[in-house]
Design a protein around this ligand. Structure first.
Ligand SMILES: O=C(O)CCC(=O)C(=O)O
Ligand SMILES: [Fe+2]
Length: 446
């Protein structure tokens, strides 16, 4: 490393480790306020100082091909998958500090952030990010939290629309229904939006890697319904209804309402239990009681404890990392994202929409498919259970999004023809090759 580079890198390290400087920089951006002032989604340019953006790109760019976890699936209503493909990583050298930085957008809140890399053909079909994450309190109690705010920070220099990897906001009121508003990834910009909100990432056409930091803030409780369809038709129908409903629901939530949902199992905690658990977490967070994010982000919390020591009232909950439970999985229903790296033959489960203790035990020692992994991770069976030979990786933006394709605004623009032809209106037509349904490990040719 040359002298200049070393200096830049030292300045980066210094900035990232200076809580006062970093937190006041982020606070000044008032990102959440901007989201609400802008109809629920906003893009802010020059989000971080240039040298910090460069440092983050260097950190993410240094992640080795082996460390990136590829994730892909075809749209499959029965598995609650929507078509997607990209790579993500939660734990890598220097990434904890990056994640910690983004946690400052909503200090003291549960969150789950990762780095992402999209290579040629990578994409995400329309989805709205709704998902639950299980959070374990130190008391041992596990409560459900919901994603409420999505954040994507782009590390793409000189990006052009024709490269693909364009974020399409399918709920922009000024855009024609089904077409949406395009956000070409912009270097050092951040896009934030309230969840749920339908959006997609268009298929990449370039081998230039598209790097980003992405993730969510979570709030205790089941704040919206997750659709769990039995078949594609039911899925599409629910998507149509869901897309119309969730807008109203999101509105109700923002006014402070708590949205307990009907669950499909007698064993599931009812809304009141969830609310009580939610209150418990809020209290725990306030009092600084340690909570463990069982299935969510990890490393940043260890580091944030350092900050906690110097800033006892400023950085929120102490959250312990649990290795191997490396996903912000969904509590109900399988997830769309899973590790292709460690994927094993799928175990078909007719009734994969319900998890309880029995099912958890049933799964032990079995080979598991992506959906099952997430279910088990949610309940903690992946952790410390050597018999389960897979690990859920990456955050699941798309699990339980089964109602979305063919629903709402994008109804006319998403087809589910055999072969999974995805047509994002004027965005791009793209055919998902069958081989993607299996193991995949690729590199971005650079
Ligand atoms: O990277 C983007 O632009 C959006 C990513 C996204 O929608 C997701 O990860 O859920
Ligand atoms: Fe998303």
């Amino acid at each position: 490393m040359g002298r200049r580079n070393r200096k830049v890198s030292e300045a980066y390290e210094h900035w990232m480790n200076d809580y006062r400087v970093a937190s006041s920089w982020i606070a000044k951006k008032q990102l959440e306020r901007a989201v609400d002032a802008n109809g629920g989604l906003v893009r802010l340019e020059n989000f971080l100082p240039e040298f910090v953006a460069e440092g983050i790109l260097a950190t993410v760019g240094a992640v080795s091909d082996e460390q990136w976890n590829d994730t892909s699936a075809s749209t499959d209503y029965r598995q609650n998958n929507i078509s997607h493909s990209f790579s993500s990583v939660k734990h890598a050298r220097g990434l904890d500090a990056v994640v910690r930085l983004f946690s400052l957008v909503r200090p003291g809140s549960l969150n789950a952030f990762s780095a992402a890399r999209y290579c040629k053909t990578d994409h995400i079909a329309p989805h709205d990010d709704r998902a639950y994450t299980q959070v374990k309190l130190d008391s041992g109690r596990i409560i459900t939290a919901s994603r409420t705010l999505a954040i994507i920070y782009y590390l793409t220099r000189d990006w052009h629309e024709e490269y693909g990897g364009v974020l399409v906001d399918l709920e922009d009121p000024t855009a024609p229904p089904g077409v949406g508003r395009k956000y070409v990834p912009l270097w050092n910009s951040v896009v934030a939006f309230r969840v749920p909100r339908y959006h997609a990432v268009t298929p990449m056409t370039t081998n230039r890697p598209r790097y980003s930091i992405f993730g969510w803030f979570l709030e205790p409780g089941r704040l919206y319904e997750l659709y769990r369809g039995e078949d594609a038709e039911a899925g599409k129908k629910a998507g149509r209804e869901g897309a119309a409903q969730h807008q109203r629901r999101a509105g109700a939530k923002r006014k402070g309402g708590s949205l307990g949902i009907a669950d499909d199992s007698a064993t599931a905690p009812g809304p009141e239990t969830e609310r009580a658990a939610g209150r418990a977490v809020n209290a725990a967070v306030k009092s600084g009681e340690a909570v463990t994010l069982q299935t969510g982000s990890g490393g940043q919390h260890e580091v944030s404890q350092e900050w906690l020591r110097t800033n006892p009232n400023q950085h929120g909950p102490r959250v312990k990392r649990q290795r191997n439970a490396d996903t912000d999985g969904t509590a109900v229903g399988p997830s769309g994202r899973s590790s292709a790296k460690q994927r094993q033959p799928r175990v078909h489960r007719q009734n994969s929409t319900r998890q309880d203790q029995q099912q958890e035990e049933d799964m032990m020692g079995q080979e598991c498919g992506p959906s099952d992994v997430i279910q088990s991770a949610v309940l903690g069976t992946v952790r410390g259970h050597g018999g389960l030979r897979c690990e859920a990786v990456g955050d699941t933006a798309i699990g339980d999004q089964v109602g979305m394709a063919g629903g709402g605004r994008q109804r006319s623009s998403v087809g589910l023809a055999p072969g999974f032809l995805i047509d994002l209106g004027r965005v791009r037509a793209f055919r998902l090759p069958g081989r993607w349904q299996g193991r995949r490990k690729h590199m971005c040719a650079q």
